[in-house]
Ligand binder design. Structure first.
Ligand code: FES
Length: 168
């Protein structure tokens, strides 16, 4: 089968139990996506599938056959490169939003999806306990919706500042 990652096609004929995370790192050589817990608890492995964020350790590569559903995978490498950073990548650099950097690719992928979700006016952004009628992300919403991405260094304040800048 073929799996599309960052606009490129990769063939996959390995063990059907291979996680998308292992496929990306081992078969595609895209090591930006990190393995932390390998159990869906840390968010280090977050990638985008058709623009939606998922933990790549919790899904099988074989479930993303391009010819069987047309999934498009985007990793942190697909969001920008050193010569042309995405707005979020540049904001993370500007705000020093990392220490060891291990969680950063997952944080950036997750925040990329978060900002797109907010722009799309996803109804769930308007909730009773969050006064946010205009679908503008509040700091509390950013914290809540990034809570699946852990940072053991504790760079949360700067991560929030970076996302805040791009979210507007
Ligand atoms: Fe996937 Fe931790 S490695 S959530």
């Amino acid at each position: 089968m073929t799996i599309t990652v960052n606009g490129n096609s990769y063939s996959f004929d390995g063990d059907p139990r291979t996680s998308l995370l292992d496929f990306l790192r081992t078969d595609c050589g895209l090591t930006g996506t990190k393995k932390g817990c390998d159990h869906g608890q840390c968010g280090a492995c977050t990638v985008l599938v058709n623009g939606q964020r998922i933990n790549s350790c919790l899904t099988l590569a074989a479930m993303h056959d391009t010819d069987d559903g047309g999934d498009a995978i985007t990793t942190v490498e697909g969001l920008g490169d050193p010569a042309s950073l995405s707005d979020l990548q540049a904001a993370f650099v500007k705000h020093d939003a990392y220490q060891c950097g291990y969680c950063t690719p997952g944080q950036i992928c997750s925040a990329t999806a978060l900002i797109e979700e907010a722009k799309a006016g996803w109804p769930s952004f308007v909730s009773e306990d969050m006064e946010n009628p205009g679908n503008t992300l509040s700091d509390d919403e950013i914290r809540e919706r990034m809570s699946g991405n852990l940072c053991r260094c504790g760079a949360y304040a700067n991560i929030l500042a970076a996302i805040r800048e791009v979210a507007g």
